[in-house]
Ligand binder design. Structure first.
Ligand code: MN
Length: 337
C-alpha cells in the first residue's frame, strides 16, 4: 500500500475542495467503471469537484451502476474533457498500468500533462507515470484494492450504499463471482462489509448476468459449435469471423465471457477465442487458463498482449485462419501439456 509520506500527501490534498479526474481504462469493465464510480461517490461526499472521464463508452451490463449517467466520454467530447483534466489538482487512473491503455489519442494527451497522477491497479508491471503508485497484483480486483486504499486514508467511513454497490460489482466481475484464485478470506470480509452497507447482491448479480439478448445467445451457439478441442494440449479454442458477428447483429459486449466455455470442458486448462475485426484489421484474442499455465506470458510472447496469469488478451495482424494456424503451431512448439 502507500507509505506515510504518500498517505500524508493525499490526506492533505483532500482536506480542502479540489478538482479531481478519475479515469478507467478503454473499454471499461465492471472493475474499471466500478472502482472509478466508487471513488467518485466518496470524493463527491467530501465536497470535491469530480468527474469520471472514460476513454470510450461502456457496455450496457454496467450502465446501471449508480451515477454511470454522469460519466463523461472522452471520445465523444474530447475538448471539455481535456480542459477538465488539465485543470485537475489530481488525476486518478484506475484498473490499468500504462497510459496507452486509455487508447492512442487519450493516452498521448495524458502523457503531455504535468498534473499529479495516482495509479491504483492490480495488473503487472505498472509504468512509472504517477506521483503515487498503488499497485498490487495479489488483489483479484482494483475494487478490492480501492477499498483498502480508502481504509488507509480513513475514508472508508464515507462508503455508502452507492459506492459499496460499485465496489461489489468490480469484485464480482473480476473474481468470476468469487471463484478465481485471488479470491481470499479478505475478499469475502470486504464483501461482508459491503453487504452490511446495503448492497443488494441478488439485484447486482441479475443486472450483471441476466442481460442476454436473443442474438447474443445465438452468437454464443455459433461459437460453441465451432469449438475445437486439442486434448494433447488440454486446450480448447473457438473463433468468430466478421461474418458470424454480422449474422447475429453483433453489439459491443456480445462476445464477453464466451472464451470461458472452453475451460468448462473436463480436462481442459487453457481456452482461447479468436474474433475477427475487419474495421481495425486485426484479430482480437482472449486467453483463459486454470491453474499454473501463465496466459499473460503466453499473450506477451506470441500475441502482442498481456494481462493476468489466468486471463489475458492479445491481437494478431494476420488473417483469422493464419492466426489460428500460428496458435496451433505455437502450442506444438512449446509442447504445452
Ligand atoms: Mn481489474
Amino acid at each position: 500500500m502507500m507509505n506515510t509520506n504518500e498517505v500524508a500527501f493525499l490526506t492533505n490534498l483532500l482536506q480542502t475542495p479540489k478538482q479531481i479526474s478519475i479515469i478507467p481504462h478503454r473499454n471499461p469493465d465492471g472493475d474499471a467503471l466500478g472502482s472509478s464510480l466508487a471513488l467518485y461517490h466518496v470524493l463527491k461526499k467530501l465536497n470535491h469537484t469530480v468527474k469520471v472521464i472514460s476513454p470510450n463508452d461502456f457496455p450496457d451490463f454496467i450502465a446501471w451502476l449508480p451515477s454511470a449517467n454522469e460519466v463523461e466520454i472522452f471520445e465523444r467530447t474530447p475538448l471539455p474533457c481535456e480542459t477538465f483534466l488539465k485543470e485537475s489538482d489530481v488525476i486518478f487512473t484506475l484498473d490499468f498500468n500504462a497510459l496507452h491503455r486509455t487508447g492512442d489519442v487519450m493516452g498521448s494527451f495524458l502523457s503531455t500533462l504535468s498534473n499529479d497522477f495516482v495509479l491504483i491497479d492490480h495488473h503487472q508491471m505498472p509504468d512509472q507515470y504517477a506521483k503515487i503508485t498503488v499497485s498490487d497484483t495479489s488483489f483479484g480486483s482494483t475494487c478490492e484494492l480501492l477499498y483498502r486504499f480508502l481504509q488507509q486514508l480513513q475514508l472508508d467511513q464515507f462508503i455508502d450504499k452507492d459506492s459499496a454497490t460499485c465496489i461489489y460489482t468490480g469484485i464480482v466481475t473480476d473474481s468470476g463471482s468469487f471463484k478465481f484464485l485471488k479470491t481470499t478470506g479478505d475478499t469475502h470480509r470486504v464483501v461482508a462489509n459491503l453487504i452490511d452497507l446495503g448492497v443488494d447482491n441478488p439485484y447486482v448479480h441479475s443486472k450483471l448476468f441476466n442481460t442476454n439478448s436473443y442474438n447474443r445467445l445465438q452468437l454464443l451457439g455459433r461459437a460453441l459449435q465451432k469449438l475445437k478441442v486439442l486434448p494433447q494440449h488440454q486446450t480448447a479454442y473457438t473463433s468468430l469471423s466478421q461474418r458470424d458477428l454480422y449474422d447475429f447483429n453483433y453489439q459491443k459486449g456480445d462476445t464477453e465471457g464466451i472464451v470461458n466455455y472452453g475451460l468448462s470442458i473436463k480436462g481442459i486448462n487453457f481456452a482461447a477465442i479468436f474474433i475477427e475485426n475487419r474495421d481495425e484489421g486485426i484479430v482480437k484474442i482472449s486467453f483463459r487458463s486454470e491453474g499454473n499455465f501463465d496466459v499473460n506470458e503466453f499473450a506477451r510472447t506470441y500475441f502482442n498482449g498481456g494481462g493476468h496469469i489466468n486471463a489475458a488478451g492479445g491481437k494478431s495482424f494476420t488473417s483469422l485462419n493464419d492466426t489460428i494456424a500460428y496458435f496451433e503451431k505455437v502450442l506444438n512448439d512449446i509442447n504445452k501439456q
